[in-house]
Design a protein around this ligand. Structure first.
Ligand code: DC
Length: 196
């Protein structure tokens, strides 16, 4: 049975960095599920048709990391049929041996509720805005508004809202270096693997 690590949390909490590091540490596959929603939003036209017809080329499209693409992703992600169209791909990805790390908003709650490890990564709004500003070369004050708007939409939507699974380990990265955050995430996984 593959080992599944589900990582959820708001934008710029550090979940992507932690997910990549865990995948490389344990030799697991990694899927940034936000990219599926970003690619769907960037395709334009009917978002349901866009989600159903996503291709590898769509996922490689330039500009998917921009703040505008994040907002478009958050909007199409509130449409239940869009989410439904992306479920099977995520399930197939998670079924790969020897294991997989998936990061997003609903991995521990909806996509992989039986994941062996669930992490919910958070950081203060100000820290997240500073990180995103440095990453995109933008103003932190503008990023703060953008992140809060996206978090609100992602948390308040009716289908698969952003929230921690009841059995998730919460990791607050506000005052942690990247190395320390990764060390704690690896330790959380090791605790479970040691008990198997
Ligand atoms: O993780 P990200 O910033 O790339 O995600 C972009 C948007 O996609 C996010 O604001 C909400 C949506 N999303 C989602 O609804 N469910 C996921 N599992 C991943 C992302």
């Amino acid at each position: 049975m593959p080992f599944i690590i589900a990582i959820d949390g708001p934008a710029a909490s550090g979940k992507g960095t932690i997910a990549r590091a865990l995948a490389s540490h344990f030799g697991f596959h990694h899927l940034d599920t936000g990219l599926l929603y970003r690619a769907t939003g960037a395709k334009g036209g009917d978002p349901i048709a866009a989600a159903r017809g996503l291709t590898p080329d769509d996922l490689a499209r330039a500009g998917l990391r921009s703040a505008a693409a994040g907002q478009a992703a958050s909007r199409v992600a509130a449409i239940p049929e869009v989410r439904a169209a992306l479920v099977e791909f995520q399930h197939r990805f998670a079924a790969q041996e020897p294991g997989a790390v998936l990061d997003g908003r609903d991995i521990g709650t909806v996509i992989c509720p039986d994941a062996q490890v669930k992490l919910y990564v958070v950081a203060s709004d100000e820290v997240r805005a500073r990180r995103r500003a440095a990453e995109l070369g933008a103003e932190a004050t503008v990023m703060l508004v953008e992140l809060r708007e996206r978090d609100r939409r992602d948390s308040e939507r009716a289908t698969a809202p952003l929230r921690p699974a009841d059995d998730a380990v919460v990791l607050d990265t506000s005052n942690l270096t990247i190395e320390e955050a990764i060390r704690r995430a690896v330790a959380a996984v090791e605790r479970v693997r040691g008990g198997l």
